[in-house]
Design a protein around this ligand. Structure first.
Ligand code: DOR
Length: 443
């Protein structure tokens, strides 16, 4: 294991601005950042012509471990992350068994310590009756509430249960905001002969807006730290623009919700485009992008939710919801920088510094003296085509198959160790549990 590295001559995206800088790393920590550093290091990386960013943190992934390792596990999921320039992830509790107790959380962290090549933390899942565990389990990034049912059995849809959870404790609550009662009503109305094109009608914009409103009202009632996961509608974005004021609320969007649109995407990909909340018409994507640019939406996640081809091929509505994404999110955003749609600094705000700040993750998300050396070197001129069969995720398909994009990670460092370089992964390296330092966190 290397103990000191000098990354020389990269164009670094630093908190104070972007410019040429050397970065000196020792024992996994950034020790010095500045022009032409006169320091000695065991490894020198000549990075002229490349950009250096803080490693991305994906604040919403499903890595299926334990219990559904045929779809993904913490080894393959973390490899996909490393290849995509993602040095840390926050993982969801709908594994099997679901992560709903301190004991199950400890077991998951043990698996992660043995398998992950990037850094990690996990959400604890809310049920109607695990209130004590939600607030006493130590060092988790937040409480996840499925307000509408999705993959797995986790669900808290009764207002009295939601009120009790929001009213007790201070830890961050992240919501999958879909209104279960309205989903059920719509399912009954559409009946049995549905097609994939009906997915976004059953899980309508009103389904999303209603749950988002409920969560925001509860957050306001108790001044509770709330994060709205994967927002999908113009209506939610417009509502949040004013509703957010004065309450500790943040929101997130996934690239697929502003890049892939109904009805074309369902005609093209069928059930491979099925996820919850669903992909919608272009007007929603435009509004979400605008909300991201204006700060109404704070960060980007992928909701990486792999299912095998065999499972997807069962046909709607028997096919499961979800699509992979952890490996392609940073390249897709770098491509947008190259297209002139956003800046590299914005990408860093949305994918690196933002998630670290929103979740209170200690010493992450910035290239700054004293911070952990979670870094990604990107080649903004590199072009590559995303291709099924050439991915690290176990399911080895992507909704972006065939997309040629420009701007790719060429090296990923986790705690000062190179875990990915020019297509090669170094799996003997192990990531670490990320520490949550948030003022609202009890543990
Ligand atoms: O589409 C989805 N898939 N949405 C979720 O909320 C869960 C996820 C999964 O775990 O498959």
């Amino acid at each position: 294991m290397t103990t000191s590295i000098l990354i020389r001559g990269a164009t670094a995206v630093l908190p104070q601005g972007t410019g040429l800088a050397d970065v000196w790393v020792e024992d996994g920590i950034i020790r010095e950042v500045g022009p032409s550093l006169a320091v000695k290091a065991e490894t020198v990386i000549e990075a002229k012509g490349l950009h250096l960013l803080p490693g991305a943190i994906d604040p919403q992934v499903h890595f299926r471990d334990p219990g559904m390792e045929w779809k993904e596990d913490l080894a393959s999921g973390s490899r996909a992350a490393a290849a995509g320039g993602v040095t840390g992830f926050l993982e969801m509790p709908n594994t099997s068994p679901p992560t709903v107790t301190a004991e199950l959380m400890a077991a998951k962290k043990q698996i992660a310590a043995a398998k992950c090549i990037v850094n990690y933390n996990f959400f604890i899942g809310a049920t109607p009756d695990n209130l004590e565990e939600l607030n006493s389990v130590r060092n988790v990034c937040g409480i996840k509430i499925f307000m509408g049912a999705s993959t797995g059995s986790l669900l808290v849809d009764k207002l009295a249960d939601l009120d009790r959870i929001f009213g007790h404790g201070r830890r961050l609550i992240a919501v999958h905001a879909e209104d279960e009662a309205l989903i059920r009503e719509n399912k009954a109305r559409y009946g049995a002969s549905v097609t994939i094109q009906d997915h976004a009608l059953i899980r309508s914009p009103e389904v999303a807006l209603r749950a988002t409103r409920t969560a925001v009202e509860l957050s306001r009632k108790y001044n509770r730290r709330l994060h709205i996961l994967h927002m999908t509608t113009q209506e939610e974005a417009e509502y949040l623009a004013t509703a957010k004021a004065g309450i500790p609320i943040s929101a997130e969007v996934c690239p697929q919700h502003f890049l892939l649109h109904a009805p074309e995407i369902y005609a093209k990909l069928g059930t491979y485009a099925q996820m919850n909340p669903p992909l919608r018409e272009a007007r929603h994507g435009e509004a979400l992008w605008k909300a991201l640019k204006s700060g109404v939406i704070d960060c980007i996640a992928t909701d990486h939710a792999p299912h095998t081809r065999e499972e997807k091929d069962k046909g709607y509505p028997n096919s499961p919801s979800g699509m992979p994404g952890v490996e392609t999110s940073l390249p897709l955003m770098l491509n947008r920088v190259n297209q002139g749609l956003c800046s590299l600094e914005e990408v860093v705000r949305w994918m690196c510094a933002g998630p670290a700040r929103l979740y209170g993750i200690r010493n992450k998300g910035r290239i700054e003296k004293g911070f952990d050396a979670d870094l990604v070197l990107v080649d903004m001129a590199k072009e590559k085509t995303i291709e099924n069969g050439k991915l690290q995720t176990k399911v080895n398909w992507s909704p972006y198959d065939g997309w040629k994009t420009k701007g790719w990670p060429v090296m990923t460092l986790v705690n000062g160790n190179i875990v990915f370089r020019d297509g090669e992964l170094f799996t003997d390296i192990k990531g670490r549990e990320m520490l949550i330092d948030a003022p609202w966190d009890p543990a």
